[in-house]
Design a protein around this ligand. Structure first.
Ligand SMILES: [Ca+2]
Ligand SMILES: [Ca+2]
Length: 335
């Protein structure tokens, strides 16, 4: 069942409705559809004790606290269009963004345009507009049409699949006989054997001008200077893998975790933590939103706006709503 709650990130007031093939220009990507020769497979992450969270940047990342996570396997890269297509072909699965919404799941005053299948696109303000409104609901947008109804994924087999709601990611993971990472699993892998602000050496996003991840350069959302080579999404594996051999845990697309969201950590939840219950999440300052934790930041994270290209960073995401910058990967935990 489609459940969408507009609060937090995507209130109705902050969405622009676009009916047709608008918003095409903002997701420009390199035409090359492949960076890594070998796609697929999982990487073993050794069980470890590490300091999860961060007390220096955004309040919801704290408190920093020690946790222990058992070893697990994680996908070497974000799930691609090609991989998701294989799942859909085998199961006839229909994603949330492709389904006609049930009006009963929406607020009474929601505009009729929202009651069509669709998803949310990043659309930077035009020159002269106020830079406060960069998400648009576009009917006909889904994983097969990621930049609006006129777009397609031809030649983009190795791009991360997007417009995936939490339940879509979960369905894929179950089909693959795996699961979605807990926030702690994701953060352990993303920390890259370091207890530092970034997932790499040095205390900068791009030490010596070297970009380790697909992020946004320039003043978001008006100025996009893709010094990292990618103004929009990149195919998976275009940036160097971390020390485990895992790609794009930081940047490119945000990734779903299995955790319900609270705007803080519970230090007592320290052994293979799974985060708060759904009930605790509902009762939080995130309001009545059924929000999950997403991790890693995306190509839209910029130094002037969203410093969430760090392992400790986290964000709440409406579980029934995918967007053009959220994807996922899976894990396999030994019994
Ligand atoms: Ca970029
Ligand atoms: Ca990512």
């Amino acid at each position: 069942m489609r459940k969408i709650f507009f609060s937090g990130l995507f209130s109705v007031a902050h969405l622009v409705i676009i009916q047709s093939a608008a918003a095409q220009s903002t997701m420009a990507s390199h035409s090359s559809s492949s960076c890594s020769e070998r796609l697929g497979g999982q990487i073993w992450i050794e069980g470890s004790e590490f300091v999860m969270g961060d007390d220096t940047t955004y309040q919801e990342e704290g408190p920093a606290h020690p946790v222990t996570v058992s070893g697990f396997w994680i996908d070497a890269h974000e799930v691609t269009n090609s991989q998701f297509a294989e799942f859909v072909e085998e199961t006839d699965y229909v994603t949330v963004a492709e389904q006609s919404p049930d009006p009963a799941d929406w607020p009474e005053d929601v505009p009729a345009e929202f009651l069509q299948p669709g998803s949310v696109l990043f659309t930077p303000p035009a020159t002269g507009q106020l830079a406060e409104n960069w998400w648009s609901w576009v009917a006909g947008t889904n994983w097969r049409h990621p930049e609006g109804p006129e777009s397609n994924i031809v030649g983009k087999d190795n791009y991360p699949v997007v417009h995936i709601a939490f339940e879509d990611a979960l369905a894929y993971a179950k089909w693959a006989e795996r699961s979605l990472p807990t926030e702690a699993q994701f953060e352990l892998a993303a920390r890259n054997k370091r207890n530092s602000r970034y997932a790499w050496d040095g205390n900068e996003l791009a030490p010596n001008g070297h970009h380790h991840a697909n992020t946004w350069q320039g003043s978001f959302p008006m100025e996009n200077n893709p010094e990292d080579g990618y103004p929009g999404l990149a195919p998976v594996g275009c940036f160097e893998p971390n020390d485990y051999g895992v790609y794009d845990l930081i940047g490119n697309v945000w990734e779903w975790t299995s955790n319900w969201y609270l705007p803080k950590h519970d230090p007592a939840d320290s052994l293979n933590p799974i985060g708060p219950s759904q009930q605790e999440s509902f009762g939080s300052s995130n309001g009545d939103s059924a929000a999950r934790v997403i991790k890693g930041g995306s190509y839209l994270c910029a130094e002037n706006y969203c410093l969430r290209y760090r392992p400790a960073a986290r964000q709440a995401q409406e579980s029934g709503l995918g967007t053009s910058h959220i994807g996922f990967r899976t894990v396999l935990s030994p019994d």
